[in-house]
Write a protein that binds this ligand. Structure first.
Ligand SMILES: [Zn+2]
Length: 226
């Protein structure tokens, strides 16, 4: 388990606020600026909780039995025919297979176009010295390295809770997330997966409200309902 996974304190008990889709397998708190990768079995559901509000989770996944097939934001958008993903929508792979289904979503505003903070964007935006400040792309590469996935093989991300509105003219802008403490998204695995999450460390712009905070992770066994 990655050393940046566990934050002090435990997951708040949110059971009274929202129904749970099945028995809990495990739960953890992902530290501010933390990162992790883990296996998620077909039929299990990952709940990602914005514990403190306005925190983005940069999310990728791979077919555990065929790592060449991995999340494809462009295929996901092409099949849905829309850029806004929420309850009932599928995250698809390069080969257009459904990898995950969004089964609950208390926010309804996420981003699948803007990619991750990375050395190149940090250099362009904030200068050369900022290139290798903590960033999602290198976080995801670090946690996928033990699985034999290289930096160049890290796909573009689904940015959970990230708020990037698009104007009628096609302009995009990163603005503050609308997620509040306790908001969450449920992702049910449609195949055996390796999932990687970077708890976005960016504090130089408003994408995390200028402050990196915690995420909660819970995995439920929902095989009976899938
Ligand atoms: Zn980031």
């Amino acid at each position: 388990m990655d050393q940046l996974l566990d934050a002090p304190g435990s997951l708040p008990d949110l059971r009274g606020l929202h129904s749970e889709p099945g028995p809990r397998r495990w739960e953890r708190v992902l530290a501010p600026k933390g990162r992790t990768a883990f296996e998620l079995d077909k039929g299990h559901t990952l709940r990602i909780i914005d514990l403190d509000g306005q925190q983005v989770a940069d999310f990728i996944c791979f077919d555990r039995h065929n790592l060449v097939d991995k999340i494809s934001p462009s295929t996901t958008v092409m099949v849905k025919g829309n850029i806004h993903l929420t309850t009932g929508d599928y995250i698809r792979s390069v080969d257009a297979y459904p990898m995950l289904k969004i089964t609950q979503d208390t926010v309804g505003r996420h981003d699948i176009l803007a990619g991750s903070c990375c050395p190149g964007l940090n250099r362009l935006r904030y200068g050369k010295k900022a290139s290798h400040q903590p960033n999602c792309r290198e976080n995801l590469a670090a946690v996928m390295e033990p699985y034999g996935v290289r930096l160049s093989e890290i796909p573009y991300t689904f940015n959970i809770f990230m708020n990037v509105p698009i104007s009628p003219e096609g302009n995009i802008e990163v603005i503050a997330p609308v997620s509040k403490p306790g908001d969450f998204i449920d992702l049910r695995a449609e195949m055996d997966l390796i999932v990687a999450i970077s708890n976005c460390p960016q504090e130089r712009n408003i994408c995390n409200g200028f402050t990196a905070t915690r995420l909660g992770l819970v995995v439920f066994n929902t095989q009976a309902s899938s």
